[in-house]
Design a protein around this ligand. Structure first.
Ligand SMILES: Cc1cc2nc3c(=O)[nH]c(=O)nc-3n(C[C@H](O)[C@H](O)[C@H](O)COP(=O)(O)OP(=O)(O)OC[C@H]3O[C@@H](n4cnc5c(N)ncnc54)[C@H](O)[C@@H]3O)c2cc1C
Length: 272
């Protein structure tokens, strides 16, 4: 089936094209879209591209960080002020995927992919989406839970507060092939503290549902507490609550449920 490629100079025009054509798909880095097309996916009749430079902008100078949807993982790795995100970007694919793959595309990557989206969820990011009727910011959790509906819009960027200390944000990806395999489970935690107590805890998990999800029961066990043996044990016990892990060739849903708490403990106690 022939595929038409339409290139627009502005994100507004690209968004309008996406929302007006049912079988149109936006092309970010193409690491998933092009693979699907090459494998014979006939659900896409139009590829939409945007050359709008705003999509590739990255502002990491202040306390509020904004990453354009078109920013690649290689670019994140080259940005010294985003050091806390280097383990995340560096855990994704090999060099070719990191050179092409974008933050915007990662927000749509099906499980067990979506490692950067897991980190953005732990950072409580907000996602700017341009739809047919204008742009709006939405919390990443809302974005992910309605992800199939968002496919009609164009993601412009993701923004979030810089963690107050390097230690407040932690990331761990478990894969059978290292460093570039897809995830058995991915974990990102953001544990800001005030007066020695955790405040605003976020624990995000990848491959524990069809989209990245928060481990809210585990978050509640830490909120307002010091990170000690008792609070960590309670978080570990609750880690899999409310999740619906994927069952695939990498690991069974049962296995994922079994190991997620083990890795959460290692992350919270700072073990390698
Ligand atoms: C060999 C290989 C290894 C991989 N390893 C990993 C890995 O370790 N971890 C991981 O998380 N992922 C991995 N991936 C998956 C993928 O490369 C990444 O998730 C990447 O971030 C996808 O981004 P992209 O720009 O290439 O997306 P694309 O392929 O361009 O698009 C993916 C989807 O997102 C939509 N989309 C893209 N950008 C936008 C936008 N701005 N607005 C609206 N919709 C948009 C597209 O329409 C499409 O539906 C791997 C892929 C391959 C082929």
């Amino acid at each position: 089936m022939p595929v038409t490629v339409k290139t627009f100079g502005t994100s507004g025009e690209a968004a309008a094209a996406l929302s007006s054509e049912r079988d149109a798909r936006y092309l970010g880095g193409g690491t998933l879209v092009m693979r699907a097309l090459n494998e014979g996916d006939v659900s896409v009749s139009t590829i939409v591209r945007a050359t709008d430079r705003a999509l590739a902008q990255l502002d990491a100078t202040g306390s509020r960080i904004t990453i354009g949807a078109g920013v690649t993982f290689a670019r994140v790795l080259a940005e010294r002020s985003l050091g806390f995100l280097h383990p995340v970007a560096g855990s994704i694919g090999g060099p070719a995927v990191r050179n092409m793959g974008t933050i915007g595309g990662n927000l749509f990557a099906p499980a067990p992919f979506g490692d950067f989206a897991v980190a953005l969820l732990a950072l409580d990011a907000s996602v700017a989406v341009q739809g047919a009727y204008g742009a709006r910011d939405m919390p990443i959790e809302e974005f992910l839970s309605g992800r199939s509906r968002q496919a009609d819009g164009l993601v412009l960027s993701a923004s979030f507060q810089r963690p107050l200390s390097d230690d407040a944000f932690r990331y761990r990806k478990i894969a059978r092939v290292r460093p570039k395999g897809a995830a058995v489970v991915t974990l990102a935690v953001h544990v800001p503290s005030s007066g020695g107590r955790a405040v605003g805890v976020r624990i995000a998990l990848g491959a524990m549902a069809s989209t990245p999800v928060r481990a809210k029961a585990a978050e509640r066990t830490l909120e307002g507490h010091t990170l000690d043996a008792a609070s960590i044990a309670a978080a570990v016990a609750a880690a899999a609550d409310g999740t619906a892990p994927v069952d695939d060739a990498l690991a069974s849903a049962w296995y994922r449920r079994e190991v997620v708490g083990v890795h959460l403990r290692r992350l919270l106690t700072g073990q390698a």
